[in-house]
Design a protein around this ligand. Structure first.
Ligand code: GAR
Length: 208
């Protein structure tokens, strides 16, 4: 059983999808041992309700991102984490952090990377940009995290149709329900059961 630490910033619906996946056996090779939030968030309530140890490491309490990330590294090392999941985590990690946990951090992003991603592209902004561009299909991506924002190797993607009367909010909801909440737990289980292999920056999923 691998140790998973989940980093969050917001509502924590992706954290909830991971908790539910653990309960219903979709995520069976890893266990969430800690949730860390970089601000006050509803994710804290979800962790508490499910008796998962919770820590708040507030980005604003640190004068720079190096000190903030060093504190995160300390907390994560205490847990002997094998996998770190960014589930709606909005702070950018330092290169030091991504090096220490190379190929051990995964993130969920609410678009089909390489569209609508990179610095400053998060949450509703992603869906606003997709609607502005008029794409007919969007979706979600789970990928490994490296020093480039949303630049790591892609693990799973799932497309979601855009509807003519969509608002950023309705699109966000559909992308979460139809894509994010499904592919994030699935990717976590693939990782924890040793099914992911990276060859030349491309992820291969080993067959059973
Ligand atoms: C999710 O849509 C997630 O994909 C997105 O923030 C939302 C968090 O929701 N993350 C990013 O945009 C990261 N670039 P949640 O707190 O309810 O899981």
């Amino acid at each position: 059983m691998l140790n998973i630490v989940v980093l969050v910033s917001g509502g924590g619906s992706n954290l909830q999808a991971l908790i539910d996946a653990e309960k219903n056996g979709i995520l069976k090779s890893g266990k969430i041992v800690k949730v860390i939030s970089d601000r006050e968030s509803y994710a804290e309530v979800r962790a508490e309700k499910n008796n998962i140890p919770f820590e708040r490491v507030v980005r604003k309490d640190f004068s720079n991102k190096e000190e903030f990330c060093d504190k995160l590294i300390d907390e994560i090392q205490k847990e002997n984490a094998d996998l770190i999941i960014l589930a709606g985590f909005l702070s950018i990690l330092t290169e030091k952090f991504t090096k220490i946990y190379e190929n051990k951090i995964i993130n969920v992003h609410p678009s089909l990377i390489p569209s609508f991603c990179g610095d400053g592209m998060y949450g509703l902004k992603v869906h606003k940009a997709a609607l502005k561009k008029g794409v007919k299909v969007t979706g979600a991506t789970v990928h490994f995290v490296n020093a480039i924002t949303d630049g790591g190797a892609i693990i799973l993607q799932k497309p979601v149709g855009v509807m003519e009367n969509d608002t950023p909010e309705t699109l966000q909801k559909r992308v979460m329900e139809q894509a994010e909440w499904k592919i994030l737990p699935m990717a976590a289980e693939y990782f924890c059961s040793g099914k992911l292999k990276i060859e030349n920056d491309v992820v291969k999923i080993k067959e059973d």
